[in-house]
Design a protein. Structure first.
Length: 173
């Protein structure tokens, strides 16, 4: 019998991501055994991932499994975390890494991003006006607008990182 796994429940998303990573739950159990120095059976891990019969998984294991999936280049390795954030009304997104130690001149990086935001904001405004001209938003139009919006959100978060670094403050993103 198969069970329903929700695409929106963090535990189900994690379980599917582990299953879909090369080697699946068995390889994950092997990885955890080596990294933790404590044996975990494949079926015990499966039960913990699914939360069956009161089984639970701790944060250390979640971190290690995420690390393992990233090492395996699994594109869904962070999706579970996004779903967990969503469950509590929060948003998580991946930012491209800043250069080690920041930019040679953070002030210039800030200026470039501010100018880019002006251009992107104008593009979003033009797109939004075109899309809503007929007083409706079609799914394809929504996807296009959402992609533009999230691109700007990412740029704003990168700008936040530059500003904090330029001021000598701890980078909190």
């Amino acid at each position: 019998m198969t069970c329903y796994l929700s695409p929106n429940a963090w535990r189900d998303v994690l379980y599917n991501a582990v299953r879909n990573t090369p080697g699946g739950v068995s390889a994950a159990a092997t990885f955890l055994t080596v990294r933790r120095g404590r044996s975990i059976h494949t079926e015990t891990l499966r039960a913990r991932l699914r939360g069956v019969d009161g089984e639970w998984i701790n944060l250390e294991m979640l971190e290690l499994l995420t690390e393992w999936m990233q090492e395996c280049r699994d594109p869904g390795s962070l999706k579970w975390l996004s779903m967990l954030n969503q469950q509590y009304g929060m948003v998580a997104m991946t930012l491209p890494p800043a250069p080690p130690g920041g930019w040679p001149c953070e002030a210039e990086a800030i200026q470039k991003k501010l100018l880019q935001l002006g251009v992107e904001g104008g593009s979003l405004t033009a797109l939004g006006m075109r899309v809503t001209e007929d007083k409706r938003v079609e799914p394809a139009e929504a996807e296009q607008m959402c992609a533009q919006i999230m691109g700007e959100v990412e740029l704003l978060l990168r700008l936040h990182r530059n500003v904090r670094r330029a001021a000598g403050l701890e980078v909190d993103l």
